[in-house]
Design a binder for this molecule. Structure first.
Ligand SMILES: [Zn+2]
Length: 308
């Protein structure tokens, strides 16, 4: 549940008071006489640091699938759902789809999934419709609260039950980005899941591969939309002729003269595609592997979930 009263501020004051008391005690207890005393001291510090991690909106985060080695979180948020059971079913459909699509299927132990279920009042307080892209503004303190809770890279996936617009910020893995999936746009769960994967691709930095005018909003660029053949050769020329479906195909980002790497990929027409295509798969795999390499430097998110 969200919390709109001033309770967090009050809690901060109480905790600060306890901290200063500990400071005084250490002055008189110096040097610490026993290991037991040191342990008690550090336990207090750990408790205070941990409780500071829960500021912002007091929302309930339901863990759908947590993994001790997760380096990426997908957080699903409900919007305009009449029945939360339908939201649960929709989230399950999306997780099942990610688990079988390349290259995400290779990283299922590294991706954690969670849900935030909101009441209609909470939705009104958190989200505001906008005329321009990405069409929805999210309250900053909610995002900050999630960042503090998760302590890892996360993508916020808003499932909007009544809207028919889907979009995502063209982003990188290291950045928080917003993915909005207009559930009403999709006639069945398969097209819904594929539409979601298309937006997920954008949130990792993949471009629109459609040559049609509605894709003009997306700027061309690496890894999958080259403005010239020369550029395309540099970016994915090493795969052409060696891997099936890797080619130089005309048309992407709404321009018929640009080049894309695959005839039909999820980044082009999700309805007709079964995969991201080899060039995008390689790119996504490299990005996820890079994150795994740097994992040791990051906070272990599984500890947070176990303690809550
Ligand atoms: Zn798109």
């Amino acid at each position: 549940m969200l919390n709109t009263n001033s309770k967090p501020a009050l809690e901060i004051r109480i905790r600060k008071k306890k901290m200063s008391k500990i400071g005084q005690e250490t002055k008189f207890m110096r040097p610490m006489k026993s290991i037991v005393q040191k342990l008690i001291y550090w336990n207090w510090i750990a408790l205070i640091v941990f409780s500071f991690a829960s500021f912002g909106w007091a929302f309930q985060l339901e863990t759908e699938q947590a993994h001790s080695r997760a380096v990426l979180q997908l957080v699903f948020v409900s919007l305009n759902y009449a029945a939360k059971e339908q939201f649960d079913r929709d989230v399950s459909v999306l997780i099942e789809k990610i688990a079988v699509i390349k290259p995400f299927d290779e990283f299922m132990q590294d991706i954690a999934f969670s849900k935030v279920k909101l009441s209609l009042q909470e939705e009104k307080a958190l989200f505001k419709r906008k005329d321009e892209f990405p069409y929805l503004a999210v309250r900053q303190d909610f995002l900050d609260g999630l960042t503090q809770r998760l302590r890892t890279n996360y993508k916020l996936v808003i499932l909007d039950a009544t809207n028919a617009t889907s979009c995502a910020e063209l982003s990188s893995l290291a950045k928080l980005s917003l993915i909005i999936v207009g559930r009403a746009r999709y006639p069945n769960s398969d097209s819904f899941a594929k539409g979601f994967l298309h937006e997920l691709g954008h949130s990792f930095g993949l471009r629109d591969e459609s040559p049609n005018s509605q894709a003009k909003l997306c700027p061309p660029g690496p890894p999958n939309c080259a403005t010239t053949k020369e550029e395309a050769e540099v970016w994915w020329g090493d795969l052409v002729g060696k891997v099936s479906n890797a080619r130089f195909v005309r048309g992407c980002c709404g321009n018929k003269d640009y080049f894309r790497p695959t005839i039909a990929s999820l980044m082009n027409n999700p309805e007709k595609a079964r995969s991201f295509g080899p060039v995008n798969e390689l790119y996504l795999r490299q990005v996820l592997q890079e994150l795994l390499k740097n994992k040791e430097k990051k906070w272990d998110v599984s500890l947070l979930f176990k303690r809550r």
